[in-house]
Write a protein that binds this ligand. Structure first.
Ligand code: MN
Length: 301
């Protein structure tokens, strides 16, 4: 089954946001074949919702908002002010996606994005469940799905594996909360590229395609063929969004949090076109493999 939507992350092109960059990024995304733009809702980005929505509409792009919490907005924190601020941050994120005509808010919405000094606590996790339940209900009112993006151990202490995400989502118990798999994080934390898809089951709702070094997809050691075959096997039809980061395009708030210290790529346009072609090739091969149509399916890409 073909996915409904192929997206690309805005930081493939720009490190700042504004009317000009919104128009430029939307035009580039569409020109490279994508039908969805994922926009990080950074504290430092004053997103002009009217101009950004116009840019999205002009290029007929679906929209995903991505956000992460910080020390000051960590809903797993012992600091009650941080928990309150986190819930406001998340609600504001939902509202921004709504104003932009988007249908997903995802990311590290359940904790700080950054390295923790110790493991998650039962109390922190319980707070997270309570806050995300209310945020999910708020999102449902606007027809928005809330994604739990599973991140590696250096970026959160709460949700590092698919099993943990599934457990959290069951505790939140709202129908619009979904698992968000990212192949970059999977390559660090998961045993293989198959079991996370199967463990997610019907809860899988969003996918990030990123190479294990966050550079050109296909130039690393991620077994994308196995991953796409499993998506085809379970009939995944949600968005698939390409994500890559380089010090060639810097937004300090995000690139520092993600430890992007070097150039993995420099030519945004070439990268975006390559990634789109790579994903389409993988999808075709996976579909052929699942329907038994192609001897090439499953071979290296
Ligand atoms: Mn990601």
């Amino acid at each position: 089954m073909q996915p409904q939507s192929l997206g690309v992350h805005a930081l493939v092109w720009v490190g700042t946001w504004g009317a000009d960059n919104a128009r430029r990024t939307a035009a580039h995304a569409r020109a490279c074949g994508y039908d969805r733009l994922e926009i990080p809702l950074l504290d430092a980005w004053d997103v002009d919702t009217a101009e950004t929505r116009r840019a999205l509409d002009d290029h007929d792009l679906a929209m995903t908002g991505n956000l992460f919490l910080t020390e000051a907005t960590d809903i797993t924190s012992d600091d009650r002010d941080a928990v309150r601020a986190g819930e406001l941050r998340l609600r504001h994120g939902v509202d921004t996606v709504h104003h932009l005509g988007g249908d997903y808010l995802t990311g590290t919405v359940y904790s700080k994005l950054g390295r923790y000094a110790g493991p998650a606590t039962a109390r922190g996790r319980a707070q997270c469940v309570e806050v995300l339940r209310r945020v999910a209900q708020h999102a449902a009112d606007a027809g928005i799905r809330l994604g739990i993006e599973i991140c590696n151990r250096y970026e959160t202490n709460l949700i590092n594996t698919t099993a943990q995400a599934v457990e959290l989502i069951k505790a939140i118990d709202q129908p619009n909360v979904c698992v968000h798999l990212d192949t970059y994080h999977m390559s660090i934390e998961e045993p293989d590229m198959v079991s996370p898809v199967l463990t997610s089951g019907d809860l899988l709702g969003y996918v990030h395609i990123g190479e294990n070094h966050r550079g050109y997809p296909g130039s690393g050691r991620t077994d994308f063929a196995a991953f796409f075959r499993t998506l085809a096997h379970v009939g995944y039809s949600g968005p698939i969004t390409f994500e890559a980061f380089s010090s060639a395009v810097v937004e300090p708030e995000l690139s520092n949090a993600l430890c992007i210290w070097r150039d993995l790529w420099v030519d945004s346009e070439d990268l975006a076109r390559h990634a789109h072609g790579f994903i389409e090739t993988q999808l075709r091969a996976a579909e052929a493999a699942v329907t038994g149509g192609s001897p090439r399916a499953g071979g290296p890409q």
